[in-house]
Design a protein around this ligand. Structure first.
Ligand code: UD1
Length: 430
């Protein structure tokens, strides 16, 4: 077991680069099943969730080779139509394989997906949408069996703009017979990136990034290459590190347009933001100010994935900030760990009230989930003294080399093995 050992309250500064987006590349990896031949993907981050998807592709029969941040995926010979339970449980995104697998093999056998414990995460929108596209689905709790000779287009209204369900519908309809319309689709940039990859392979997807998406089914897709968009959540996390501990920090390889829901929060805290090409420069004030209300919402609202990292920052800001987590019902598990640093946070159902304190103190904490883990790293960077953050497997799902990247901008942070102490030996007194 490993932990991060962080000596806090060190000045940060300089330049930090953002890797490719996890949430964009995962559905694209699933979509490569629709292309018979070699897909080349650039800017693919080396993350455990990405590696879990690669293992699924390999199990299905694909060949996947990595050369630095480029993946070459050949799906010419798919031999399996099932995903073993241990692979499904690795991450939530494994459900995205359902649409591509049933399209490719006419039959798919999977079990419910795993992923971060951030509340109830049903998959009804995925399954009901696939049913509307003509799939026959049976479930028995531990197994989902999906069959379709050929999916057909349909009009699908999503009761919530689910990111994953929108992706599953797009993937399932590009080769379906006829036209599919998705109403109340998710608008996240990762949806647009999936559509842009599929369109470059010959798909006909219109309106990705808007609430209504139309897909005209085509006969086949041809292989192509694609560069994955930068990870806007990683960019926001580095901006948080800069806001807390740097006078100035340049975050490189960002898409400014994707950060539109995030930037106003930083300016409200008193930071100044300068954009130039793919670079974002953040200049922090002496002391950050509170942000009155932060409500997490589907894009273009404030992202739920940034709630915990922003909370770490606001725990040291002047004044009281109020969070309303409206997307997931169990996404405050990091708060009890943040309190160990001296953060003053109270929770009532979906509302968290953060009274900013002047100083945070060192603590030994454990990640509770991916973004919650990142928030603990930020709190440790801003705390006086030496802190440790354990349960790093959560953080590895979404941040490539976090300790190396942060140390390059001045953080005193290292990876250390946790020694399980030997049981105390009692002296026998005769
Ligand atoms: C994706 C992101 C995740 C992000 C989330 C919201 C990936 C790999 N993960 O997750 O980082 O936090 O979007 O921006 O892209 N819901 C249902 N039924 C369903 C599906 C979802 O009720 O069938 C609900 C969920 O319980 C949740 C809400 O819809 O309350 C949002 O979930 P969704 O947008 O689907 O998130 P994910 O795609 O799982």
């Amino acid at each position: 077991m490993e932990k991060l050992v962080i000596t806090g309250n060190q000045p940060l500064g300089g330049e930090i680069s953002v890797h490719g987006s996890k949430n964009a590349v995962l559905p694209i990896l699933a979509a490569t099943l629709l292309v018979k031949g070699e897909t080349v993907l650039h800017n693919v981050p080396d993350l455990s969730d990405v590696n879990a998807s690669i293992e699924i592709l390999r199990h299905l029969g694909a060949s996947v080779k990595r050369e630095k941040s480029t993946l070459v995926i050949d799906t010419s010979n798919i031999v399996n139509n099932d995903i073993p339970e241990e692979m499904m449980r690795e991450m939530r995104s494994s459900i995205i394989f359902l649409g591509s697998l049933v399209t490719r093999c006419k039959e798919a056998l999977i079990c419910p997906p795993g992923g971060c414990d951030i509340g109830v995460r049903p998959i009804d929108l995925h399954l009901n949408s696939l049913r509307k596209l003509g799939a026959q689905i049976t479930e028995n709790g531990s197994c989902i069996h999906c069959r379709a000779q050929k999916l057909h287009g349909s009009k699908i209204f999503l009761t919530f703009p689910s990111v994953g369900a929108t992706e599953n519908i797009i993937i399932s309809s590009v080769l379906a017979k006829g036209k599919t319309t998705v109403i109340n689709a998710a608008r996240e940039p990762e949806i647009s990136d999936l559509a842009s990859f599929l369109n470059s392979c010959g798909a006909k997807i219109f309106g990705a990034g808007e609430s209504m998406i139309e897909i005209e089914g085509v006969e086949e897709l041809y292989p192509n290459s694609h560069t994955v968009i930068p990870d806007r959540i990683v960019a926001a996390t580095y901006m948080c590190a800069g806001a807390l501990q740097a006078k100035e920090l340049v975050v490189k390889n960002v898409r400014a347009g994707h950060l539109v829901p995030i930037i106003p929060v930083f300016t409200e805290m008193g930071c100044r933001i300068y954009l130039s090409g793919n670079d974002l420069k953040l200049v922090s004030p002496k002391r950050l100010k509170r942000v009155k209300n932060i409500k997490t919402m589907p894009y273009p609202g404030f992202p739920t994935d940034c709630q915990s990292v922003l909370m770490a920052v606001l725990s040291k800001a002047k004044g009281t900030s109020v969070f309303n987590e409206s997307v997931f019902d169990g996404r405050y598990k990091h708060i009890s760990e943040l309190r160990r640093f001296g953060a003053d946070i109270t929770v009532n159902d979906r509302i968290a009230v953060v009274n900013g304190v002047r100083e945070l103190y060192s603590a030994n904490v454990y990640s509770t989930d991916l973004r919650g883990g990142a928030s603990l790293v930020l709190a440790a960077l801003a705390a006086n003294g030496v802190s440790t953050v354990g349960n790093l497997s959560h953080i590895d799902r979404g941040y490539e080399n976090i300790e190396k990247n942060l140390s390059e901008i001045g953080a005193v942070i290292e990876l250390s093995l946790i020694h399980i102490s030997e049981p105390t030996r009692h002296l026998r007194i005769s």
